[in-house]
Design a protein around this ligand. Structure first.
Ligand code: HEC
Ligand code: HEC
Length: 291
């Protein structure tokens, strides 16, 4: 009996020290970088009033109604302060809340599902290093909010799949890094890929432009199609664009894309190169919104 007890004690201690080791591994600085380039702040930080914290309140217009980004500061009452790592992983990888509700896919977990657990928990450790803000969430303006929350379950069955990023061994690490940044982190497809009438992304037309996507904006074809996409852009023009928002014709991109470019002001040079090489390597697709 005492032996058994001792065994439990040893296993218990093993588990605790393992958890501690994991906690030490979280890298808040990495998390901050990922938080910035993955656009969390574009939906969770209300820039009015000079607020720099992700306390929610950003208005997001979609064909399905108006959504408001939630308070994701570590406030225990109004934010996510009492969330465990598992809760945060479930939100980003599965689109499920700690109480088992399904999140609306306007929160781009369909892309974030491909983030690695390490990246997600580094983001969490950064968020949890910020001061809590006691601001209540704003209710979404939807015609049938309860019904739509339930319908999200079916939507997910049809259009969402929890998945990890698929590393392609035949391609270079640089290409894979670019694919990871485009698909999972910076979720370019959430705005640039066409959607069906239910708001599901048409994967076979990935990045070929979208008339009414997130924020009710049309976002152009960014595959290297000569006639309708960015097929005429040179590599250095694309790099300049990611760094400054300047188009090859000298104009500057506006609106939501300007926010993405703003996020990229911290983008490391090797990540700029990775995104560029990946996008320019894509199969050209025809789109109906010119680039
Ligand atoms: C395009 C806008 C958008 C982006 C980008 C975005 N979110 Fe959200 N997020 C939302 C919306 C809207 C909700 C509320 C969803 C709902 O009510 O179903 C939400 C909900 C959440 C929740 C759940 C909050 C709660 O109280 O249940 C978490 C956590 C979260 N987001 C974290 C993040 C993180 C981390 C990032 C960046 C990696 C991010 N979000 C990027 C729009 C966004
Ligand atoms: C939140 C939505 C959103 C996200 C995310 C987004 N874009 Fe955009 N993008 C737009 C919109 C909207 C425009 C058109 C801007 C305008 O009309 O000035 C645009 C324009 C562009 C253009 C200019 C194309 C042209 O021919 O004018 C390129 C290139 C581009 N985006 C690449 C990207 C890449 C690469 C990513 C991911 C790293 C990305 N975008 C993520 C919304 C988005």
């Amino acid at each position: 009996m005492i032996n058994l007890f001792l065994i439990f004690l040893i296993i218990g201690a093993g588990i605790t020290s393992q958890t501690r080791a994991n906690e030490i591994k979280y890298d808040k600085e990495r998390g901050k970088y990922l938080f910035n380039i993955s656009g969390c702040k574009n939906c969770h930080t209300q820039k009015k009033d000079g607020n720099k914290l992700p306390a929610g309140g950003v208005r997001i217009k979609t064909p399905f109604g108006i959504f408001y980004g939630s308070n994701i500061t570590p406030d225990k009452e109004f934010g996510i302060g009492d969330w465990r790592d598992m809760d945060f992983l479930n939100a980003l990888k599965k689109g499920i809340s700690p109480t088992g509700n399904h999140y609306f896919p306007v929160f781009p977990y369909n892309s974030y599902t491909q983030l690695t657990n390490r990246d997600i928990l580094d983001i969490k450790s950064y968020i949890f290093s910020l001061p809590p803000v006691a601001i209540k969430n704003i209710k979404h303006e939807l015609k049938f909010p309860k019904l739509m929350r339930k319908a999200t379950y079916f939507w997910k069955l049809l259009f969402f799949k929890e998945r990890d990023f698929e590393y392609v061994n035949q391609k270079s690490p640089n290409w894979n890094r670019g694919a990871y940044l485009v698909r999972a982190v910076a979720h370019c497809g959430e705005c640039h890929s066409p959607r069906n009438i239910f708001g599901g992304i048409k994967n076979y037309k990935s990045l070929s432009g979208n008339m009414t996507g997130l924020h009710n904006l049309s976002a152009p074809n960014i595959t290297p199609d000569i006639a309708t996409g960015i097929g005429k852009w040179t590599k250095s023009e694309f790099i300049d664009f990611l760094q400054s928002g300047m188009l090859p014709n000298g104009d500057f991109t506006g609106g939501k894309m300007a926010e993405v470019i703003d996020n990229f002001s911290v983008l490391k040079r090797k990540d700029t190169k990775a995104i560029t090489d990946y996008i320019l390597s894509l199969k050209p697709r025809k789109g109906n919104i010119g680039g």
